[in-house]
Design a protein around this ligand. Structure first.
Ligand SMILES: Nc1ncnc2c1ncn2[C@@H]1O[C@H](COP(=O)(O)OP(=O)(O)OP(=O)(O)O)[C@@H](O)[C@H]1O
Length: 803
């Protein structure tokens, strides 16, 4: 079997269901519900094209929203590719009306408004300001955390009421432990405060006098924070969407959306209450037609407020809010993505646990069926005693498939040779998906972080001359080149010869931050001492010395002295040429974007806007130059050292073809690959309570607990969500997660894990490996054995072939 990507849909005739919805009336909302790979996104794209080509709706009046930037790019490229093909074909029609021909020639499909709802809100509100209005700045989560601490007075309040606050926030932290520092409290608080808006919580009732002290304090912190944002024209992601809703409710539709005639929403199952309100108001304000597509079994974003019940009740909600009964649900039942063996596997998986059934859409949607002929390639599985052995064997398998003559089952159970596509197939046709993409375990109680499977795999691949693309696998602060660049930047703006000490040593920042900053400075010093090759004849030492002259107000003939101030970004970019990894390596480019974003965010909330100011008296406490350095250290450098800056690999338009792409399952939503490897438990070698939340939770997840805590104050959502227990919802989330993973492959699905999970008497229970919530195990054949025969030592599910 060659690992070839499937032919795109446009090459074939859409199936009947798709034709039904393509012919749907424009004015009535439409709901399409269908399983994975059935063409939901394809329908949206075709529908948009039909509106442009048949209904003559201008592209800029069509809005398509999707869940990730990557999916938005995918939709845009399909629109352009298929749109151009259709236009060419139409133009070749004999006797075409000249007016129609002129319209077709001028059609610019690129003008369709396609993106995530956040990005569309950002663009619509940002481009709609009056000339005298200050620009809106959207804050990232880390900046929101910093501001909560400072402007929401979290620091003082937390320190004065630590026992109450820590106990209240404990269930909402990553591992359920009470936050010990203000930074940790901030991290637990940000999602709660965002939800106040996303879930449209009655914050007055939440913080009322009869409520627990911690709740009252949190309501106050949130109020101060919101006031600060409002007064300073700052928005976090939830207030960005809220601002859009307010405009729409007041019928002040932003110019970008004013002419909207069509609203098409992909992945509607992950919509939150605030987003639902935006869609309804946009439709009411513009009279646009409204189509949503989704799959209740693929809702993954509960932690961002996604409320599957809104999708399940779409028909009723449309009726109530829009006053019209939508068409649907319409079903798509054929899967055009995967082989029948894979479809059978994920169909079985989603129906495995009877406790999951009530969480699914009612009436149940039809079971998805494969459109392709049988491939004779079963679902594969590779289980090994430990993560290092597994990494080694998996890299050997990948090397056979993508670099060698192909992989053949040594036992001849499936006759086909598995190999890369003859026409340009490469490692980029494969993806490794897992619960997390992290390559190191989180440090626990001061222990050194231990390498995880993805880390072993990176090394094993390197050993066979192959590489990985996993920028999110490692923390920014641990990357060798990031250490060097930030070390150099600190040496440039905060040289040690200021009364014998770096300024950062005198600051009240966390010990964690200081620890990493010191490490970076040492890395920077080492690079300086190594005297790297000059760039265009300029030695690195000179670049650093010039910045030193600027910040210490020394006479300086260099152009740097000419300006009154310099954005810290210029310091970073000035040093980048001596650390070529950032320009040459795809992972390096992603890291540089994250660093630039951290520096850029400072312009929105930091004193001196993230700029380095020329000093007058560099050693005086009141000097603005000196203070501007402190602000950069506190608002840009310290957050990176505290590991709160997220790496966003979505900025890469495409992953290099010669690398194995590693992603979280969340990121893989909506995507497809010829070969998908799903990590179902490579690092689960014991039944450790610490990793139970990833495989078989014994307590409700942090997100489920936040939902429970807010339920009494969200009159509408609360009862909907809590109809199922927090623990049930945590199980549901895991089932949906792995269902999405198992339905991504086009040709081959391979599960990888630790052998101990397969023991007949295994204690490492794992939803991804067929365990049901009632502790029974689908992979274990419990039918009565003939007398005298003992149970085998390991389970061997019939539908999976172990390699
Ligand atoms: N009618 C069709 N004929 C042939 N191929 C199709 C058809 N519809 C969709 N496809 C192909 O099937 C694959 C899956 O389609 P699509 O991504 O639209 O499915 P989806 O329902 O949105 O999937 P998911 O829910 O998993 O995101 C794509 O490669 C697409 O090109």
């Amino acid at each position: 079997m060659d690992l070839v990507e499937q032919t795109p849909a446009i090459a074939r005739r859409p199936n009947d269901e798709q034709q039904v919805c393509i012919r749907a009336e424009v004015a009535r909302p439409t709901m399409i519900v269908a399983g994975p790979g059935s063409g939901k996104t394809t329908v949206l794209v075709l529908r948009a094209l039909r509106h442009m080509l048949v209904d003559r709706i201008a592209p800029e009046n069509i809005v398509i929203t999707t869940f990730t930037k990557k999916a938005a790019r995918e939709i845009r490229s399909r629109l352009i590719e298929w749109g151009e093909a259709l236009v060419d074909q139409a133009l070749a029609t004999p006797g075409l009306d000249p007016e129609d021909a002129a319209t077709l020639r001028h059609l610019d499909v690129n003008r369709v408004v396609a993106g995530t709802l956040d990005s569309i809100c950002q663009e619509a509100l940002g481009s709609d300001r009056h000339a005298d209005e200050p620009p809106l700045v959207t804050l990232e989560a880390f900046a929101a955390n910093v501001l909560l601490q400072r402007r929401g007075r979290l620091g003082q309040i937390f320190n004065a009421n630590q026992a109450d606050m820590a106990a209240y926030l404990a269930p909402f932290t990553f591992d359920g432990t009470p936050p010990a520092t203000v930074g940790e409290a901030g991290r637990a608080l940000v999602p709660l405060v965002e939800r106040f808006i996303q879930d449209r919580v009655d914050v007055t009732a939440f913080g009322a006098a009869n409520q627990p002290l911690a709740q009252r304090l949190i309501a106050g912190i949130a109020a101060d924070y919101r006031t600060y944002l409002r007064d300073n024209n700052l928005l976090d992601f939830s207030s960005l969407e809220e601002a859009m809703l307010t405009r729409l409710q007041a019928r002040r539709v932003p110019t970008l959306l004013a002419g909207t005639a069509v609203v098409l929403v992909d992945e509607y199952q992950d919509t939150n209450a605030l987003q639902e309100a935006i869609y309804f108001e946009l439709v009411l304000a513009t009279g646009a037609s409204f189509t949503v597509v989704g799959d209740d079994d693929q809702s993954l974003y509960r932690f961002r407020g996604a409320t599957i019940e809104l999708f399940r009740a779409f028909v009723d909600r449309c009726h109530t809010r829009l006053g019209t009964v939508p068409q649907g649900p319409l079903y798509l039942v054929e899967n055009y993505r995967s082989t029948p063996e894979i479809v059978e596997f994920f169909n079985g998986f989603i129906r495995e646990d009877p406790n999951f059934t009530p969480a699914r859409i009612q009436p149940p949607k039809p079971v998805i069926r494969a459109n392709a002929a049988a491939s004779e390639m079963p679902v594969l599985a590779m289980f090994r005693p430990d993560a290092a052995t597994l990494a080694n064997d998996l890299s050997g398998f990948l090397s056979d498939v993508f670099r060698g003559g192909g992989y053949r089952d040594p036992n001849g159970r499936y006759p086909d040779l598995l190999r890369r596509a003859a026409d340009g197939g490469d490692l980029g046709d494969a993806v490794l998906l897992g619960f997390s993409a992290l390559e190191m375990q989180r440090p626990f109680r001061g222990n050194l972080p231990k390498p995880r499977f993805a880390h072993h795999l990176r090394n094993a691949l390197l050993g066979r001359d192959m590489a990985m693309f996993n920028p999110r696998g490692r923390s920014l602060r641990d990357i060798e080149q990031v250490e060097q660049l930030l070390g150099l930047a600190i040496l440039a703006i905060d040289p040690p010869n200021r009364q014998g000490e770096h300024l950062f040593e005198t600051m009240t920042i966390t010990n964690e931050a200081k620890f990493f900053i010191r490490r970076w400075v040492a890395a920077g010093q080492a690079l300086l001492a190594a005297e790297p090759t000059p760039v265009y004849g300029r030695p690195l030492q000179e670049e650093v010395a010039d910045w030193n002259n600027f910040v210490l107000a020394r006479p300086n003939s260099n152009p740097k002295s000419s300006s009154r101030d310099w954005p810290f970004l210029d310091v970073l970019y000035g040093l980048v040429p001596w650390v070529p990894h950032f320009e040459e390596d795809p992972e390096g480019q992603v890291y540089l974007e994250a660093l630039s974003r951290a520096a850029g965010q400072a312009s929105g909330f930091s004193a001196y806007s993230g700029k380095l100011v020329r000093p007058v008296d560099p050693n005086a406490d009141t000097d603005h130059g000196r203070r501007s350095i402190l602000a950069i250290l506190r608002d840009v450098i310290a957050p990176i050292a505290e590991n709160v800056i997220e790496v966003d690999e979505e900025i890469m338009p495409s992953v290099p073809r010669d690398r194995l792409n590693v992603m979280t399952i969340h990121q893989a939503k909506g995507l497809e690959y010829p070969l998908v490897i799903v990590d179902v438990g490579a690092d689960f070698s014991t039944d450790s309570p610490k990793n139970r939340f990833r495989r078989f939770p014994d307590t409700p997840s942090a997100t489920a607990q936040i939902e429970d805590a807010l339920a009494p104050f969200t009159a509408e959502l609360g009862p909907l969500r809590t109809a199922r227990s927090g623990l049930d919802r945590s199980f549901e989330d895991l089932i949906r997660l792995y269902y999405v993973a198992f339905s991504r492959p086009q040709r081959v699905l391979m599960l990888v894990g630790c052998e101990k999970m397969l023991r007949w008497s295994a204690t490492i229970k794992n939803v991804a490996a067929g365990w049901r919530q009632d502790q029974s195990w689908a992979w274990r054949d419990t039918s009565p054995q003939p007398t005298g025969r003992r149970n085998p030592s390991v389970v061997t599910p019939p539908s999976i072939h172990f390699v």
